[in-house]
Design a protein around this ligand. Sequence first.
Ligand code: NAI
Length: 308
Amino acid sequence: MKVTVVGAGAVGASCAEYIAMKNFAAEVVLVDIKEGFAEGKAMDLMQTASLNNFDTKITGTTGDYSKTAGSKVAVITSGIPRKPGMTREELIGINAGIVKDVTANLVKHSPNVIIIVVSNPMDTMAYLVHKTSGLPKNQIIGMGGALDSARFKYRLAEALECPISDVDGMVIAAHSDTGMLPLMSKATRNGVPVTEFLDEAKQNQVAEETKVGGATLTKLLGTSAWYAPGAAVSVMVQAIFCDHKKMIPCSLMLDGEYGQSDICLGVPAIIGANGVEKIVEIKLTDAEKEKFATAAQAVREVNGDLKF
Ligand code: NAI
């Protein structure tokens, strides 16, 4: 099976690398608008194949979407990343035009494709793909929660001074510095609630560090992160290709779930061969419900800036 990754920049190339190294796809097609860039990234990655023991074929094209035909999954990473001090929402002007255009090209050549949206502001870009692609809603998935949950687990393990494999936790709601909702009430260390180990001040610190996880890296790197975003996408693509039916928090079009409709927000879902197989409705505390609703309101305001 074939996967297309649009945007051969930092995140796109990282996606392609992790997907290839996991060796579950027949082909990864990288697409970029910069002349020769995707071809170059594909060639460089292919020259790691004998070193990293994978058989996935990686090819690149400068905007020739006929090469993407028949893709099972397409990942959209094209667009600009934020610079230090910027919010993800500030990227909407440029990225909305790019995402709309890329979506039309992808669907033209792969009418049954499952699209994973990465470009920011991601919840709004996922909403845009829903409104413009004509694809069924189970075939459009925004990537945010998988990354934010990995960052939550990293911060939890740090606070608990334990290995990351000992902790479990999930982040839902919006993929923004203020709208992320790390579910502390449900986070565990080897099955024991983390609230039994961490006092309230420490819990708040972990939640805050998780929410600004992307901004912290942007400040250090001068641009946004790529390793963890690429790895998060690869887990989602693998869940679809291998029909894992894995529960992953993703930004999905809601139709009454969590009290919201006509909006894409991060919620846990079962991801398998059909894309979104089921949205999982978990019980939130009253405080969590309130934070979810506030995040939704902020995303609605950003969505209001979209022009279709
Ligand atoms: P980058 O600048 O390294 O790469 C973006 C690539 O897109 C460039 O190579 C550019 O030439 C290409 N591009 C621009 N317009 C295009 C078009 N019309 N068709 C094809 N390719 C086009 O940026 P990076 O760091 O890879 O980030 C990509 C996007 O992903 C940004 O919007 C960033 O904010 C977002 N992001 C989202 C995350 C998430 O969790 N959802 C995590 C990290 C980044």
